[in-house]
Write a protein that binds this ligand. Structure first.
Ligand SMILES: [Zn+2]
Length: 411
C-alpha cells in the first residue's frame, strides 16, 4: 500500500516534509510530495522519527512486581534472591502472557525494536528463553524482537549453566548474554567472557553482557571484555550494559578503560533510571547517581545507548515502558541538557541503540524501513520535556497504534 505522512518535521533539517511509504519501505522524503497515495496522514508540523529502540529489557521478569514480595533492602542481591522463587514456577505461557501487555505498551510508545533478556540458569532452566521465543512469535510482524540468552546466576558459579547456554542458542536465542562481574573471582569472570565469545563465534551471534553493575571499583570485567572484543575482531557486535564500576575507578584507570572500549568497538548501554534506584545503596553520604561515565564515553566517540531494562520487577518498581522517558532520565542524571546534548540523548534511544543491535535500514530516507513514530511535539526538546503521546506508530509501513491526549478544562 502507498501511504504518505504530510507536513512533518525531521531532526536536523529545516522546514516541513512529506514522507511517502510504499509497502514496508520509505519511498520518498520531500516537501510537497505529489506521487500516488491510498492513505494520507496529517503531520501538522509534528516531529517524525524512526522507531525507538530498547536494546535491554528483562521481559521474563517484567511485572513480577505485581506478585512478588517487596525488595526490602532494594539491593541487587536481594532482587536476584526474590526472583528465584518465581523462576522455579515459571511456565512458557505465564511468561509470554505476563510480558505481552508490556510489549504492547512499548509499541504504543513507539518502540519498534527490542532486545528481550531471558535468564538461563539451573533454577529456571530454559523456560524463560522458551517464554520469550513464544512472545517473539506472538509479536511477529509488530516489532523486531531479539532474545538474549542471559546467565543471570553466572556461568562458573552455576555449574550446568554452560550446557544450558548452548541449548538456549540451539533453541533459537538471537544473542549471547553475559554477566561476568557476578562471578566470584576475576579468573572466573575472564573464563565467563571467554566462554561467551567461543559460543558467539560458533553460533555466529552478537554479544550483550551486563558488566560491572556495581559501585565496587575493583570490578574490572569491562576492560577484559573490550580487549577480547579487539582480539576476536568483534567490534560493533558487542554491547556492555551498566558499567557502573567505571565511574568508581580513579580517573587515570577510567581513561585507559574508556580507550580500550573505544578501540574494541564496544557499545555501552547506560540505563540511568535503574542506576538511580539500585546504585549508591551503601553510600552513607554524598550518595552517587551510580551511572557510568556517559559524558566521557561520548567524548571518546563510544557508541552510547540507553534502555528501559526493567518494568515493575524486583530491581525497579516503575517503567511504562517508554524510551522517551528513559531519555529524559538520561538527560537529568548525566547532565545532558544543552540543546545539542538533548539531540545526543535522543540518539541514545534511537540510532545509537539501532547501531548496537545492527538493525538494517534504520532512518528516515528513501529505501529505509518504514518504522516510524509521529510524536505530538515539534522538536526533540519538546518531546523530552513533555513526553507526549505518539500520534502514529508504524512498523514496516503498517500502522500499529494511534494515541492522543484528550483534555477538557472547565471554568
Ligand atoms: Zn538488566
Amino acid at each position: 500500500m502507498k501511504q504518505v505522512i504530510r507536513d512533518v518535521r525531521l531532526r536536523g533539517r529545516e522546514g516541513g516534509f512529506d514522507v511517502a511509504i510504499d509497502g514496508e519501505l520509505i519511498s520518498a522524503v520531500e516537501p510537497g510530495y505529489a506521487g500516488p497515495a491510498e492513505r494520507e496522514y496529517a503531520g501538522e508540523g509534528r516531529l517524525l522519527v524512526p522507531g525507538l529502540v530498547n536494546a535491554h529489557m528483562h521481559l521474563d521478569k517484567c511485572m513480577l512486581g505485581a506478585v512478588m514480595r517487596p525488595n526490602e533492602s532494594q539491593t541487587l542481591q536481594e532482587a536476584i534472591y526474590i526472583t528465584w522463587d518465581h523462576k522455579r514456577s515459571y511456565t512458557v505461557e505465564e511468561i509470554a502472557d505476563r510480558a505481552g501487555p508490556v510489549v504492547e505498551a512499548a509499541i504504543v510508545n513507539g518502540t519498534t525494536a527490542m532486545r528481550g533478556f531471558a535468564d538461563v540458569d539451573t533454577i529456571g532452566g530454559l523456560t524463560p528463553v522458551q517464554g520469550l521465543l513464544e512472545l517473539k512469535r506472538r509479536f511477529e510482524g509488530r516489532i523486531t524482537m531479539e532474545v538474549v540468552a542471559f546467565p543471570q546466576e553466572g556461568i562458573m558459579r552455576d555449574p550446568g549453566c554452560d550446557r544450558l547456554m548452548e541449548e538456549a542458542m540451539a533453541e533459537g536465542a538471537d544473542v549471547v548474554g553475559g554477566l561476568p562481574w557476578y562471578e566470584r573471582l576475576d579468573r572466573d569472570a575472564h573464563a565467563h567472557v571467554d566462554f561467551c565469545f567461543e559460543l558467539a563465534k560458533r553460533t555466529g551471534k552478537d554479544i550483550h553482557m551486563l558488566v560491572d553493575d556495581t559501585d565496587n571499583p575493583n570490578s574490572r570485567s569491562l576492560e577484559y571484555l573490550a580487549v577480547r572484543t579487539l582480539e576476536e575482531g568483534y567490534g560493533g557486535r558487542v554491547t556492555a550494559s551498566h558499567c557502573g564500576a567505571l565511574a568508581a575507578y580513579d580517573d587515570t584507570h577510567a581513561e585507559k578503560v574508556i580507550g580500550l572500549v573505544k578501540e574494541g568497538g564496544v557499545s555501552i548501554s547506560s540505563n540511568t533510571q535503574i542506576s538511580l534506584v539500585m546504585a549508591g545503596r551503601n553510600d552513607r553520604r554524598k550518595v552517587r547517581r551510580g551511572h557510568t561515565r556517559v559524558k566521557e564515553l561520548l567524548a571518546a566517540g563510544v557508541n552510547v545507548l540507553s534502555s528501559q531494562d526493567d518494568v515493575n520487577d524486583p530491581y525497579y518498581p516503575f517503567g511504562r515502558p517508554d524510551q522517551i522517558e528513559v531519555g529524559q532520565y538520561m538527560a537529568h542524571v548525566a547532565h545532558l541538557t544543552y540543546p545539542s546534548e538533548l539531540e545526543t540523548v535522543f540518539d541514545m534511544i534511537g540510532v545509537n541503540a539501532a547501531r548496537a543491535m545492527r538493525l538494517e535500514g534504520y532512518g528516515i530516507k528513501p529505501g529505509a524501513r518504514a518504522d516510524l513514530v509521529l510524536i505530538d511535539a515539534p522538536t526533540v526538546h519538546e518531546a523530552l520535556r513533555l513526553i507526549p503521546p505518539r500520534r502514529l506508530v508504524f512498523y514496516g509501513g503498517k500502522l500499529l497504534a494511534e494515541s492522543r491526549l484528550e483534555v477538557t478544562t472547565h471554568q
